[in-house]
Write a protein that binds this ligand. Sequence first.
Ligand code: ITT
Length: 198
Amino acid sequence: MRRIVLASHNAGKLKEIKAYFAPHGFEILFAADCGCEDVEETGTTFIENAILKARAVAEHVDGSVLADDSGLEVDALGGAPGVYSARYAGEHGNNDSNIDKLLAALKGVPTEKRTARFHAMMVLMKHAQDPAPEIFHGVWEGRILEARQGTGGFGYDPVFFAPEKNVSAAELDLDEKNILSHRGKALQKMLTSLTRND
Ligand code: ITT
């Protein structure tokens, strides 16, 4: 069993990443359970923030650390909320207010102009001084609905329309979301890399 510490305090991410790796013999530990504090995300790009998060946790634990910096890029909003996705409406992690703000910002924008995508930038660091962390990027193309649909997932899932299935991301089960999502695609690249020499 190989162990990887996830440098995240987001339970939604942990659930998806754990489920993805479980059949492949990887145990994913939550940084929150290792007593690691949340680091301030001062970067203006996903990659900067992912590296900051991974390094902060790697300084406190032995072994590999994985960080996931992710977010939503909405074309009609010039790429917002982007790296500010978790705190778009002010309070970090308030999914309900974030969605309300997004729907208000897109009020009156026609369906064809509501295009958006999720990004997941994953950084795998062997230790805090690792000069060459591995980077895996996944993208999920879709559009923003006019109202919430479904109760699964987390974050913006209820308003993210997944064209592959004609439903919102919150109407997919965990395994379906992991096949289609930005996170699932980044994890697939990571798994390929981790198992290349097995
Ligand atoms: P950690 O930094 O502790 O990992 P966080 O929630 O602060 O948790 P980010 O800074 O990467 O993480 O922000 C990601 C935000 O983007 C997240 O809070 C959601 O609002 C949104 N997001 C990312 N992936 C998502 C997904 O699969 N479904 C819905 N929303 C997602």
